[in-house]
Each structure stands twice: as C-alpha cells, then as structure tokens.
Design a protein around this ligand. Structure first.
Ligand SMILES: *Cc1c(COP(=O)(O)O)cnc(C)c1O
Ligand SMILES: [Zn+2]
Length: 500
C-alpha cells in the first residue's frame, strides 16, 4: 500500500524514524552505558543488561488505540525491513535506521488453532504459534535479526569494522547466528561452539551450510557457554548468545505479534514457553510489559514457563517460597527437549527481575513455572504432530506444561492458550525416529508406547515375482502383474472397499 493511501491520522507514523535513544542498563547496579560498542556485562558489577529507550515515556503521548492502528496498518506496508520484527520498530530497536536492518524473513509467524480432538484432550482452547517457520527454523532468528542489525548499524556508523561473531549453542542459536552472519560476508564471520553429539544432525548441518567455523566441544551446553564467555572476556569478538541484550530486544517481537494476533485482548490469554537459557521467557515478559506500560494492551497475559524434570533450575528456584529462594544451577540429564537442556541459564537475573515486575504490575501472580516429565514431553510432541502441527520437542514440552497447568487449575478451561513451537519439527525428527524404532537410550527415562509408533512398511510381491528397479525395467505384462499384486496388498492393509 502507498503511503498516501494510509489513513491521514497515522500516515506520518507508518514509516518509523530511527529516533530512539537506546542504552544498556545493568540489572545489578542500574548503571547505564551507551550502545556505541558491544557490551554484555556491567564493567562495575558484572551483571547482565536489558536495553532501555530514553524515549519510552514520550511513546505514551500516542494513545494505545493509535499504536494499535499504526501496527495494524503497517502490515500493509511493502518495505521488507518493516515486515519482520521491526514492524514494532519503536519497541524492538528504535535507533536502527532502515538501511541497517537485516531482514531475512523472520517474524510474523502464523498461529494455528488446535483441532477439536486436541482441544478436548487438553480441555482448553489453544493455538500453536509456529516459530519454527522462521528462516533458520526457530525463534532464535528474531533475536539474531536484532543482534545482527545492531552490528550492521555499528559498522555503518564506523564504530566497529570486521567482526568475528561467536556463540555457544544447543543447536538453534548457531544455525541462526551462522545464517545472519553469512549475509554480512565478508565483514562478519561467525564461529559456533556446540556440545559434541548434543545437537541434532539437522542443526549441525545448518552452520556448516552457512559457512561458519564449527567447533564441537566435549560436555554439555553449559560448558560451551563458559568457553564462549571466556573468549568474549579475553578477545575482540562479538557474542551472539542471549547474554547479548540485543537478542532479548528482538525476541520481544513474539509478544507484540501475539498481542496483535488477538486484537490486543490479553486478559484471558495464557502464553506457554519452554525455558532453557531463559532468554525467550525474559523477552516475552519484557515485551508484554512494554506494551502494557505504553497502554497498547490493557492487561498482562498469564505466562507459563515449562522445564523438563531433567533440566529444571528455574522451576526449582520458584518452587521455594519467596524469601527462601536461592538460585542453584543443576547438572542436566539427557532430554528430548534438547534445545532447552540447560542447567545454568544465563538470563536467570532477567527472569527474577522481570517476574517480580510482571506480577507487581499485574497486581496478582501472573507468571508460573511448571516441571514436566520426559515421557509427557515426548507424547505431547507426537500427539501435536499427529493432529496437524509441526512442533519440535520443546513445543511438546509446552503442551505437556499446559496439560499439567490445566489439571492443577493454574490455567482455567475458560482461558485461551498460545503454546510456542519454538523450532520446526524437522530439526528434531531424530527424537521421533528413535522413539518409533524403540531406541531412545534409557537415560531419557521414556517408555515406548506402541499407540504412538509409526514405521514404514515395505511392500514386496510374492516370492519369485519380478520387481522393477532403476536399472531393471519390467516388460508390460510383468509390470501389470506387479502393479495388481502390490495394489491388492495395500488395499488389504488399508481395508479398502471395492468400487462396484
Ligand atoms: C533456544 C531454544 C529454547 C530455549 O530458549 P531459551 O531462550 O534459551 O530459554 C527452546 N526451544 C528451542 C527450539 C530453542 O532453540
Ligand atoms: Zn552493574
């Protein structure tokens, strides 16, 4: 749509201006730092940051209703840079000019309502938001678009030049980092650290395909993270993990999209997310808080953070009464929700800060933490995909959490839930295949339930009959015999009735 065709009261807002005044604010000592160079921890107290905008107060001069109208009409704007996370530019990176935005098709992911059968099983109306439909197949692209656009902005401004970007990953961060960095070749090169044998083959192929340097490290993600932190302290590298607060800023777009998906009616909504390094839940809380403070939404949705029994440090922290809480990292055990298999989440200080603020502003407890069994994660993952979804195992973890939250009456059957399929099903199909072949190692603590198992059957003609192959083509008579025999066998298996 052309600018002149937008309603006149919002025409001047449709193309956002890069007038934001962003700064890093330390979660420990509240010190503020300029964003003209990459910074991940406070030089004074070593705590991590959130990014704030000095202009935030002035955004309130525009009414919530007008903001809604701006964002809704901006959907019709045909400038690629503002089609993804920067549709919400004033909230996701208001200092980044259009020319520095790296847009690879992220964000604006669909929400898919569950069918009747699945809703009856959970006893609640719910939607999947398919963040696996992002370009590298996970929600990490939202944060990476932000972090990489920030790097491009710093390069365009002359604050930094040729960059080596590094990250540790349970698989999806490295896929996103390598993809976005490769777009800025040759000025940005990426190196990724992966726990050896703890990412899926598809995830490993992604950074290799994008041309990143891939290092496999013995141990688990938490070990890789320590190495990356050490690299970022001692050497001149840009850190692309969610310790980098630009990642959080970009991932807030998930909350803004949900608000828009439901016409900004949030009072009966429940947002269910898996927790690994806790960047995503931090971003989602912060996103809803920012929209709430700007008057764009009138209430804060309920938020349910879900963890596996095999990687549950955040759940354990909140299980204690306020006052008795003390954060203890856990040693993780194998989890099919492997992308969330993290025992020492980097964003824990953000979770603590934002959960408190969220509940305070809501005036009641609105953030909850659930722990679910590996068996339940696996079965809800398979169940979702057998009912029209394309969920990863972490999406199964969300569904398991929702099921339990409804059972425990933390979530009411009158509410409407949005569960996060954080990655595409294809990235995690090896867990499905191991389950179907009854080969999941016993450390996962999962029994193979025959009801879910689905395997291919090879249909062969009876002994001695000729079969076609690439090299050996059958003569027409032989081929007819073959086709009749095989179709009969399939018809029998499918219980097909003949046409009279
Ligand atoms: C990274 C990731 C998670 C965990 O998100 P955090 O922000 O680390 O809590 C969950 N699911 C998938 C598919 C992921 O890639
Ligand atoms: Zn500090």
């Amino acid at each position: 749509m052309k600018i002149s065709d937008f309603p006149s009261d919002i025409q001047s807002y449709i193309i956002p201006e890069p007038t934001g005044e962003l700064f890093y604010k330390c979660l420990g000592c509240s010190a503020e730092f300029p964003i003209n160079k990459p910074l991940y921890v406070c030089p004074e107290c070593e705590q991590i940051f959130l990014i704030h905008d000095r202009r935030a107060e002035s955004l309130k001069k525009i009414s919530g209703k007008t903001w809604q109208k701006i964002f809704d009409f901006r959907k019709a704007l045909n400038i690629p840079a503002f089609k993804g996370i920067y549709r919400f530019h004033e909230f996701t990176g208001s200092c980044i000019p259009e020319s520095s935005i790296v847009y690879l098709g992220e964000g604006n992911t669909p929400i898919i309502e569950a069918n009747k059968r699945l809703k009856e099983k959970l006893n609640i109306r719910f939607f999947y938001k398919n963040d696996g439909q992002n370009p590298s197949g996970s929600f990490k692209d939202r944060g990476m678009a932000s972090a990489i656009s920030n790097i491009k902005y710093l390069m365009d401004q002359g604050f930094v030049s040729d960059i080596i970007a590094v990250c540790a990953s349970t698989g999806d961060t490295s896929a996103a980092a390598a993809l976005y960095a490769s777009y800025l070749q040759p000025h940005v090169k990426s190196a990724v650290l992966l726990p050896h044998k703890k990412v899926t083959p598809q995830q490993l192929s992604q950074p290799l395909g994008s041309g990143a340097q891939v290092f496999e490290i013995p141990g688990v993600f938490d070990d890789c993270m320590k190495i990356v932190e050490s690299l970022s302290e001692k050497y001149s590298v840009v850190l692309l993990n969610s310790k980098n607060p630009w990642r959080i800023l970009g991932q807030e777009s998930y909350a803004y999209e949900i608000a828009q998906d439901f016409d900004y009616q949030m009072d009966d909504k429940v947002i269910v997310v898996p927790i690994g390094n806790a960047g995503n839940i931090s971003a989602i809380m912060n996103g809803f808080l920012k929209f709430f403070e700007a008057g764009i939404i009138k209430s804060l949705p309920k938020i349910i953070g879900v963890q596996s029994e095999h990687a549950d440090p955040v759940f354990r922290y909140y299980k204690e009464k306020e006052g008795n809480r003390k954060f203890e990292p856990v040693i993780v055990k194998p989890s099919v929700a492997q992308a969330a298999m993290i025992g020492n989440p980097v964003s824990m200080p953000r979770v603590i800060h934002l959960t408190k603020k969220y509940n305070e502003l809501a005036g009641t407890e609105r953030v909850f933490f659930m722990q679910v069994k590996e068996q339940s994660i696996m079965e809800w993952y398979l169940e979702a995909n057998q009912n029209g979804h394309i969920s990863c195992t972490q999406g199964g973890e969300c569904l398991a959490g929702l099921f339990q939250a409804v059972k425990e009456k933390i979530v009411l059957t009158s509410e409407i839930a949005v569960v996060d399929a954080t990655a595409h099903a294809l990235k995690f199909s090896n867990f499905q295949n191991l389950y179907f072949e009854q080969k999941l190692p016993k450390e996962y603590n999962i029994k193979h339930n025959l009801d879910f198992i689905n395997l291919p059957s090879l249909i062969m003609p009876d002994n001695g009959m000729p079969v076609p192959s690439q090299e050996n083509r059958l003569n027409p008579d032989e081929f007819k015999v073959f086709v009749d025999d095989i179709s009969q066998k399939i018809a029998k298996k499918l219980n097909l009735k003949g046409i009279l």
